[in-house]
Design a protein around this ligand. Sequence first.
Ligand SMILES: Cc1cc2nc3c(=O)[nH]c(=O)nc-3n(C[C@H](O)[C@H](O)[C@H](O)COP(=O)(O)O)c2cc1C
Length: 372
Amino acid sequence: MAEQSKSTNPVLSSPNKLKLGVFGVNVSGGCSMTSVPSTIKAEWEESVNIAQAADRAGIEAMIPVARWRGMGGEVNFNHRNFDPFTWAAGLAAVTEHIGIFSTFHIPTVHPVRAAKEVATIDHISGGRFCLNVVAGWNEREIAMFGTPQLEHDERYDVAEDWITLCKELWTREGEFDYDGPYFKSPGAYSEPKPVQRPGPVLMSAGNSPRGQHFAAKHADLNFVVAQTIESAGEIAAEVKRMAREDYHRDIQVFGQAYIVCRDTEAEARAFHNHYVNEKGDWQGVRNLLDVLIPNSESALGDGWEAMASNLIAGYGALPLIGTADQVVEGMQAFSDAGIDGITLSWVDYASGLAHFEKELLPRMIEAGLREK
Ligand SMILES: Cc1cc2nc3c(=O)[nH]c(=O)nc-3n(C[C@H](O)[C@H](O)[C@H](O)COP(=O)(O)O)c2cc1C
C-alpha cells in the first residue's frame, strides 16, 4: 500500500463544513441508558449495517467506545462491548470511504504492541484509520488489569510518554532504544509503518486543562464536553489557540450531539421523555456518576439530576431534539460556534441514519453544512 499523508484521511480532508461521526455502535445501549428495546445490541451484523449506511451517507467517521464492563443498574449499560481494535479492523475491511476510529485506554496496552495494531488497521483501511487516546478515567475498569489508578494529571504524563514512543515507532527506520519516564523499549522496531504519514489521525477527548494541553500538543482532533453549544464554541476556540500558540500546530475541535427527530417537536419531546424519564436506567446512571465525578474533570454540570438526565439521553452529548428543521438549526449553531464536526447518536441508529439521509442531509446541504 502506497504511503499517503494523514491529511488525506477523510476526517481531515473532508470538504464538509460540519463533519460527522457516528458514536457508540460497538457497545450495548449505544449512547442511551434506557430500557427501550431499539437500542444497540452489540452484534456484529448490526455494526456492519450501521457502518455501511454511514459510509453510503458520506459521514466522515465511525467512533467506538472503549469499555470493559457495564454500569450495572437495570440494563447494565455498555456491558456487552466489542473490543474497539478488532471491531475497527473488521469494519475497515467492509467499508470504503469512512474514517474508522479505535480507542486505547493507555494503561491497558504497551505502546510497542499498540503501534503495530494501529499500523495494521491503517493498511487494512487504506489510510482511513484514526486513533483515540484515552488516559483512563474509569477506575473500576483499570482495576480489572490489576493496576492502580494513577492521579489525574499523571495519567496524561503516561499518555504523553506512550504516544511519543508510538510516534517514533511509526516514523523511525531501523532499531532504536527508547528510554522514557514510563516506558522503556530497548531495540525498538516496528514495520510496516502506517500508510498515513507521519502516522494516523489522532484524537484525544481530554477536557481538563491537562487533557486539553495533551490534545493541543499531540492530537489532530479534540472533543469538547459542554453544557451549551455556545460554551462548546468558547472552549473550542481556547483549545485551538493553545495548539497554535503553545505548540505551533492546528487542531480541529468536535462536539457531541444526540438526535431525537420527529415530524413535530411535541412528538420528539414525548419520545425523549419516554426513553429518559419513563424508561431511563436511573440506577445505572447513579453508578456511572459515582465513578465519573471523582475521576473526570469534565463531569461538571448543572447539578446531579440534569447531568444524570443528559447521560441517560445521550451519554453527555448536547441535545438536537425536534423537527428536521430544528435539528439542522442546532447543527448550524454548532458550526457557527466554530465547531468543526460533531458525533451523532440515536436511540435507534439504523432508523436514525435512514432518516438522516432522507431528511437531515438535504437540509444540511441547503444550509451549506454539507456538500453532498
Ligand atoms: C467523544 C468522546 C469519546 C470518548 N471515548 C472514550 C472511550 O471510548 N473510553 C473512555 O474510557 N473514555 C472516553 N472518553 C472520555 C475522555 O477520553 C476523557 O477521559 C474525559 O473526557 C475526561 O477528560 P479529562 O480527564 O481531561 O477530564 C471520551 C470522551 C468523548 C468526549
